[in-house]
Design a protein around this ligand. Structure first.
Ligand code: 13P
Length: 255
């Protein structure tokens, strides 16, 4: 299981390092690692190095919220996977719906970013998810299937080394969560599509995270679903005690 916090565009350096240290302290007594629960903090780029230092030795890992599709070169404003590894990152989120929506990221670009991450020792957390209109039009499987297939085509067998996050756009930051049944249904579909690409054994080993208003109060039910292997947590990750409560729910579920 993996519980990853996505801090989005919040905090300043002092607040970010304080939060990272508070998370490391709060998580320590939960023995998450021994319970098979990995914890990651996906911080804004300027804070990554300090956050990695703040959690060093705690077992908490660090991720970026995006990564360049390019390895190196004249790409002003971009941040490469190798740079992220050099400051202590393990993960990079790619294709978050906010980047697809506000920065015009296509399925192809997202797949290229995932490939660049993997080529440089970073695990991509590839986000997929439908909008409310797409759900109403019964396009959920068509949309998430298209998004996943783009990554599968680009990555081939390396898809087995990625993490996939299902984040229904209508549940992000809205307080509206997918029901455990809705989440499980989409996760089961994603697992089936992964098995088509990778075979059943490898597909079973790919962590499928749920994201969208996951809170301590609803985490246990979501994480208890057979194909939900963790969470990508926005708002609730900005408070150390609520993030720790969510991790405690994951530890209890995986026990
Ligand atoms: P919220 O948990 O704030 O809904 O955000 C979810 C998300 O987008 C995580 O990447």
């Amino acid at each position: 299981m993996l519980i990853a916090g996505n801090w989005k565009m919040h905090l300043t350096l002092d607040a970010a390092t304080a939060l990272a240290a508070a998370v490391a302290d709060a998580v320590a007594p939960l023995h998450a690692h021994e319970a098979g629960v990995a914890v990651a903090l996906c911080a804004p780029f300027p804070f990554l190095h300090a956050v990695a230092q703040a959690v060093a030795g705690s077992g908490v890992t660090v991720g970026a919220q995006d990564v360049s599709a390019h390895a190196e070169g004249a790409y002003t404003g971009e941040t490469s996977a190798a740079m992220l590894v050099s400051v202590g990152c393990t993960y990079a989120i790619v294709g978050h719906s906010e980047r697809r929506q506000y920065h015009g990221e296509s399925d192809t670009l997202v797949a290229d970013k995932a490939a660049a991450a993997l080529a440089n020792g970073l695990t991509p957390i590839v986000c997929v998810g439908e909008t409310l209109d797409e759900r109403r039009a019964e396009q959920v499987e068509a949309v998430v299937g298209r998004q996943l297939d783009a990554a599968a085509r680009r990555l081939g067998d390396d898809l087995a080394r990625a993490v996939i996050a299902y984040e229904p756009v209508w549940a992000i930051g809205t307080g509206e969560t997918a029901t455990p049944e809705q989440a499980q249904a989409v996760h089961a579909f994603l697992r089936y599509r992964l098995a088509e690409a990778l075979g059943t054994g490898a597909a079973d080993a790919v962590p499928l995270l749920y994201g969208g208003s996951m809170k301590p109060i609803n985490a246990a039910e979501l994480l208890a679903q057979p194909d939900v292997d963790g969470g990508l947590v926005g708002g609730a990750s900005l408070d150390a005690s609520s993030f720790a409560a969510l991790i405690a729910a994951a530890v209890a579920t995986s026990a």
